[in-house]
Design a binder for this molecule. Structure first.
Ligand code: FAD
Ligand code: SF4
Length: 547
């Protein structure tokens, strides 16, 4: 195919990803420019068809960063409509629920039950009022470098390349977005962030990042079952004691309940299916009552970071920085990362703005990481750094250690536990029991395909698969033979299927890429790190309403 000249647009700062981190960064940049009376061109690109379309969170939102960014958010109508009024923390056995004292990190007084997608839509409006240009439906597919190896922006993917790699009549070349500084706010396991980390060695000196998968549904329930502001978390059943995870159940406004299940991706049994654990959880006698007579509105899934303090990578590289969950600032015991994501975006904006104006006291390399070390994000994550890794001791060991760390050591233990990569944790299928999941009843529990249907996932069908196998032979030689193809079960959208060739009887991996909800789990959990998730055509993927 002949080289096609790409259109080029120039900005001072380009932000990749319109999540809380990217939007907070863009807003802060424009606020600083306005205060200094200077012009600053800021652009945000987002792969979802609209801002919020790919945002999936709990969410109970701690407004600390928003208070700093937009102190008059109430007057401006931010969608924080439901104050958290009651916390319940339950331990489940198969048939019973035992109420435990709520750990201090999980007290939500002063927080709000929200849709993070809707908060992002509102933040985007605030950013646009300040003059930020936001382009949803454009996926950043490539990092651009100058001759010295400095990042000089990103290019969006070409549209209209067919399944066979050849341009179709829809073909439109990608656009080059050139910037003096580029902030990567792609969220957990960003695809360009992955290439930057490799190129600049950003993970050197940090523990491996670790992850969980969150699977979530939004329900409309009977008025009698609805208690706006109620926040319920459970641990225990249906997981065994060595698998980290639990559920959340958040009552929002308008009779809506967000329910989800989070499972640490360091789980060992390749037969485990996070999707089916979630479906099974909803059938518990203490839980199913919330949903009887209700209606499921939406479904989705997304990975989240769990590595915490010891897994924070280098954030700075020539020409830009990582912000938010692209780097990983989730406070795991709190199960919250949107406040820290926003704050990291704001701190990065302040650092980059100073650098662009030459206000760095002569230190042109003054970095985001150093600035963040002086912020409350660093202190908050430092104090809880040992809690998640302590669950390697099992559920009770982890709970006991967490109580000791919180109440006695107060996060100041003279040691730091380390993290291990999730993809190395699977046990071969021959050494573990199979897990038999009950069939869905179609009322409280559902199958994967009907679930993906209500995630409104849509990809242009005639395009190359965005799920690349580095070595296709490993799919059968290793994944199937050794682990019974765990991707069939961990993928919450049923993208990966082992099928038998009718003629030869041979097994092969079929990839139904059009169902992908962009959770990134396959990129994380594949035991051989053989799967690379890259962006499909912009606008493809889920279309979440208010997740
Ligand atoms: C199940 C679950 C429950 C959670 N519960 C809570 C909670 O209750 N409270 C809380 O505070 N936090 C919670 N979190 C964490 C919180 O959602 C994240 O910390 C937060 O969303 C991170 O913000 P971000 O802006 O860094 O990334 P994201 O919110 O992931 O946003 C990234 C954006 O970038 C876009 N993008 C990615 N790559 C590209 C690309 N190459 N080109 C263009 N666009 C791109 C994505 O489409 C997305 O819109 C939860 C997370 C999950 C998964
Ligand atoms: S293909 Fe990968 S990224 Fe897509 S839904 Fe499945 S596990 Fe998630």
């Amino acid at each position: 195919m002949a080289e096609v000249e790409r259109e080029r647009m120039e900005y001072d700062v380009v932000v990749v990803g319109a999540g809380p981190a990217g939007l907070a960064a863009a807003i802060r940049l424009k606020q600083l420019a306005a205060a200094a009376g200077s012009e600053l061109g800021v652009c945000v690109i987002e792969k979802g068809s609209e801002v919020g379309a790919h945002i999936l969170s709990g969410a109970v939102f701690e407004p600390r960063a928003l208070d700093e960014l937009i102190p008059d958010w109430r007057e401006r109508g931010a969608p924080l409509n439901t104050p958290a009024i009651e916390d319940r923390f339950l331990y489940l056995t198969k048939n019973h629920a035992l109420r435990l004292p709520t750990p201090p990190q999980m007290h939500n007084h002063g927080n709000y039950v929200i849709s993070l997608g809707n908060l992002c839509r509102w933040l985007a409006g605030q950013a646009e009022e300040l003059g930020v240009e936001i382009y949803p439906g454009f996926a950043a597919a490539e990092v651009l470098y100058d001759e010295e190896g400095r990042v000089r922006g990103v290019a969006t993917g070409d549209m209209g390349i067919g399944r066979n790699g050849e341009p179709t009549e829809r073909y439109t070349p990608g656009v080059e977005l050139i910037a003096r500084e580029t902030l990567f706010a792609e969220g957990c396991r960003g695809s360009l962030t992955k290439t930057l980390s490799e190129r600049f060695g950003l993970r050197e000196g940090a523990d491996p990042q670790t992850y969980a998968l969150g699977v979530k549904e939004l329900w409309e329930v009977e008025p009698a079952d609805h208690k706006p502001g109620l926040v319920v978390h459970t641990i225990g059943w249906p997981l065994d004691k060595s698998t980290y995870g639990g559920s959340f159940l958040y009552h929002l406004e308008d009779r809506q309940v967000a329910v989800g299940f989070v499972i640490g991706l360091d789980y060992k049994n390749p037969f485990l299916s996070p999707f089916e654990e979630f479906q099974r959880f909803k059938t518990h006698p203490a839980i199913r009552g919330f949903f009887a007579g209700g209606r499921r509105i939406s479904y989705g899934a997304r990975a989240l970071n769990e590595g915490g303090f010891q897994s924070i990578p280098q954030l700075d590289f020539p020409g830009g920085a990582l912000v938010g969950c692209a780097a990983g600032f989730i406070n795991v015991p709190k199960i919250k990362g949107s406040h820290t994501a926003m704050k990291s975006g704001m701190v990065a904006a302040e650092t980059v703005f100073a650098r662009l104006r030459g206000d760095t006291g002569g230190d042109s390399a003054a970095g985001v990481r150093e600035a963040l070390q002086r912020s409350w994000v660093w202190d908050e994550l430092y104090r809880v750094r040992n809690i998640r890794p302590s669950f390697r001791l099992g559920l009770w060991g982890g709970l006991l250690y967490s109580a000791l760390d919180t109440y006695v050591l107060r996060g100041r233990a003279p040691w730091t536990f380390h993290n291990h990569p999730d993809h190395t944790q699977l046990t071969p299928a021959s050494q573990v029991p199979r897990i038999d999941y009950p069939r869905p009843d179609g009322k409280i529990s559902f199958d994967r395909l009907s679930s993906v249907f209500i995630s409104n996932t849509n990809h242009e069908e005639d395009q190359p698969s965005h799920l690349h196998l580095r070595d296709p032979a490993k799919a059968i030689a290793i994944n199937y033979r050794l682990y019974d193809s765990p991707e069939q079960r961990y993928c919450p959208a049923g993208v990966y299927e082992i099928v038998e060739d009718a003629g030869t009887g041979e097994k092969r991996l079929q990839i139904n890429a059009q169902n992908c909800v962009h959770c990134k789990t396959c990129d994380i959990k594949d035991p051989e790190q053989n799967i690379d998730w890259v962006v499909p055509e912009g606008g493809g993927g889920p279309n979440y309403p208010n997740m």
